[in-house]
Design a protein around this ligand. Structure first.
Ligand SMILES: N[C@@H](CCC(=O)N[C@@H](CS)C(=O)NCC(=O)O)C(=O)O
Length: 204
């Protein structure tokens, strides 16, 4: 298996963590999607990371890759057996990923010259992040679908998102008033799969 991407991406980290948790070995192709000569479009027509090359083809969109890996039947299973509960976990994974999308937009916006940055865009994406984190905090405090005793895809996606917020210093005070998310992040960052996928220092 070949995983294409960079550990600076929360979506790539999510797939690496899943593979490590399931004890799978894989080749890592370090690739940025942002350069003009990027190899990423060769693996994913959308030009986004991650992509995972498997014996049956190349998979992209991290939630689809995660679902594909669940089909392998490897332990631990990262979704509950009950289908409705599994869908609720998948929705939380999508929520964490969606917050990640908004955070990536904010980071890209901050790289533009100040006079080209759109205030309205920044406010809109920040609001998505804060609302999304509040929803995740509620779930983490309940501890049934997120932050329970059984590791699942929502836990992994949420911790990868928080790792990205910390790494890029997006909403640096995200932890204020969100104790259940802090607890979840501490628990997840102590796992070997997270220790092995820490993002490299930013280029700038
Ligand atoms: N929904 C996608 C998001 C992936 C994504 O946005 N990756 C970013 C890097 S963090 C990317 O490759 N962006 C390149 C682009 O948008 O052209 C997933 O879950 O895989």
């Amino acid at each position: 298996m070949k995983l294409v991407g960079s550990y600076t991406s929360p979506f790539v980290r999510k797939i690496s963590v899943i593979l490590l948790e399931k004890g799978q070995t894989f080749e890592f192709i370090n690739a940025s999607p942002w350069t003009s000569d990027s190899p990423v479009p060769h693996y994913n027509p959308l030009g986004k990371i991650p992509a995972l090359e498997m014996a049956d083809g190349t998979w992209y969109e991290s939630h689809i890759i995660a679902a594909r890996l669940e089909l392998e039947g490897l332990t631990p299973s990262l979704l509950p057996e009950d289908k409705l509960t599994a869908l609720k976990v998948l929705q939380l994974e999508a929520l964490a990923d969606g917050i990640g999308d908004a955070a990536v937009i904010l980071v890209r916006e901050s790289m533009r010259p100040p006079e080209l940055q759109m205030e309205e865009q920044i406010i809109r994406q920040r609001e998505k992040i804060l609302r999304g984190l509040d929803a995740l905090e509620k779930e983490a405090a309940q501890g049934t679908l997120l932050n329970s005793d059984t590791l699942n895809l929502a836990d992994i996606a949420t911790a990868c998102l928080i790792g990205f917020l910390n790494f890029r210093r997006v909403v640096p005070n995200w932890c204020v008033g969100r104790p259940a998310l802090v607890k979840l992040a501490d628990k997840m960052f102590a796992r070997e799969s997270f220790a092995r996928t820490v993002p490299p220092q930013p280029e700038s």
